[in-house]
Design a protein around this ligand. Structure first.
Ligand code: 3PG
Length: 208
């Protein structure tokens, strides 16, 4: 699947930190039922790879990717678990070489025009803007869109229900990423209905 199609499948990409494997499928199901069909499982916990495989098996309609892919090793592990896309906070040579040898698309993170231009030179025109709020937020993305209108972004990091609409209103933003609809506390307490309700609100955000 093309990374731009994945970005267009849902206005919001939930960024998930799954601590307990038993939470993986109920969490993914709540988000999916709320209308968020693209899920990013971060490789920040010991069960993350198992969670990707399990969600893929039990919720095959969802588009499941791996986040926090930071080198060749994590990319290979995410691919073996069945990830349909990779998301990285930034890039390094090992990660880029591994991504080049994989058929699975990478959404690489950038925080500046130079980083974006380097990746564009390598063939990447769809990028994660990270950490979105800390790196300049909507004014920064708007400014990048002037000289580099061919680049499309998924801003992530500090995006929330209040600022998501202004990101989505920008012509160079195709979706936003964020963790607000799946907070750690609600996952720990297995409040799936509350998570589904927040997902539903997020899924109804409109691309401007
Ligand atoms: C992260 O680093 O966990 C992601 O960028 C999500 O950031 P957020 O928790 O600010 O949405």
């Amino acid at each position: 699947m093309d990374i731009r199609d994945i970005m267009d499948a849902s206005p919001v990409m939930p960024v998930l930190v799954i601590q307990r494997i038993e939470d993986a499928v109920p969490l993914a199901t709540a988000l999916y039922n709320g209308g968020l069909t693209v899920l990013e499982i971060t490789l920040r916990t010991p069960v993350a790879l198992e969670a990707i495989a399990l969600i893929k098996e039990q919720l095959p309609e969802a588009i499941v990717g791996a986040g926090t892919v930071i080198d060749a090793q994590t990319l290979k592990a995410a691919e073996d678990a069945g990830s349909q896309f990779f998301v990285s906070p930034g890039v390094n040579d090992g990660l880029l070489a591994a991504a080049k040898n994989s058929d699975i698309p990478l959404l690489p993170g950038v925080a500046s025009p130079s980083e974006a231009m380097k990746l564009y030179e390598l063939g990447y025109s769809a990028l994660k803007f990270f950490p979105a709020e800390a790196a300049g937020g909507t004014p920064m993305l708007k400014s990048i869109g002037g000289p580099l209108p061919q680049l499309a972004f998924c801003p992530t990091g500090g995006v929330n229900p209040d600022n998501a609409p202004s990101y989505l209103a920008l012509p160079n933003v195709r979706c936003v990423g964020g963790s607000w609809m799946a907070p750690e506390k609600l996952i720990r307490e297995q409040k799936w209905a509350e998570i589904e309700a927040m997902a539903k609100v997020a899924s109804q955000l409109k691309k401007g």
